[in-house]
Every structure is written in structure tokens, then in C-alpha cells.
Design a binder for this molecule. Structure first.
Ligand SMILES: [Zn+2]
Length: 133
């Protein structure tokens, strides 16, 4: 038997992308009690891979949707992209995060400068769930 684990990610703006997480092989002829189901290591690996996909998709969605100015609806320029990381209950995950040039129409500063939209959601280097543990 071969088991393929895939995940479909559908963004709030309707775009769907599929990702293959992994393939597990359980040949009938090699089956033994230790190879029934997933091992603890395989389960942790699947969750870590899934976490990487979810966090990367969230960062992509946040960085794209935050590029529209709430006030004047202008599509804001991109300063650059950086690799960020966050420690989660399923391991450390790296993701690409954009820095957006803020819109000059936003009060009170009327200032165009770079900011990272994901820093609002990942203010610490670890998720609140991991910090609570
Ligand atoms: Zn604006």
C-alpha cells in the first residue's frame, strides 16, 4: 500500500493550491506490527510539513491582502521579502514575509516607510501555544 498525504489550501480570495506533504509505503509483504499506521516520528514529520505549508500560505495571504491601502485602496509597493521564522508546537517554521511600503494617506504620520504585515501576527519568535507550554 502507498499512502499519499496532500493538502489543498484555498485563500480567502478564492485561489486554491495543492501541496503534497509526503508518501508513505506499507508493502503488504513487509508488513509487521511495528509498521501498522504511522510511527510517532512519521506523525511528527507530517505535522511539521503541514505546519510549514499553512504558515507559508498565511504569510503569503496576509502580505498580499495588506498591500491594499485600507483608506485609498491603492496597491502598495513592496520594499523586499525576508525569511522569517517562528517556533511552533510542531517545530520551527521558516516563511517568506514581505515588507510593504506604507501609504502616505494613512493618518497621523502621512509617511511612506516599510513595515512587515506578518509582524502583527508573529510578534514573538514563538506561537502563543508554544509559549504557554
Ligand atoms: Zn492610501
Amino acid at each position: 500500500m502507498k499512502v499519499t498525504i496532500r493538502v489543498d489550501v484555498t485563500m480567502d480570495y478564492g485561489e486554491t493550491e495543492s501541496f503534497e506533504i509526503c508518501q508513505l509505503e506499507r508493502p503488504y509483504r513487509e508488513l509487521d506490527p511495528a509498521r501498522i499506521g504511522l510511527s510517532l516520528a512519521e506523525g511528527k514529520d507530517v505535522l511539521h510539513r503541514l505546519q510549514r505549508i499553512v504558515v507559508a500560505a498565511q504569510a503569503e495571504e496576509v502580505c498580499l491582502l495588506r498591500r491594499f491601502c485600507d483608506r485609498c485602496h491603492r496597491f502598495l509597493d513592496l520594499k523586499d521579502r525576508r525569511i522569517c521564522k517562528v517556533d511552533t508546537v510542531f517545530g520551527t517554521v521558516r516563511f517568506r514575509s514581505a515588507r510593504v511600503i506604507s501609504c502616505a494617506c494613512v493618518l497621523p504620520f502621512h509617511f511612506e516607510g516599510p513595515y512587515g504585515p506578518m509582524s502583527e501576527y508573529v510578534p514573538e519568535r514563538a506561537t502563543p501555544e508554544l509559549l504557554a507550554l
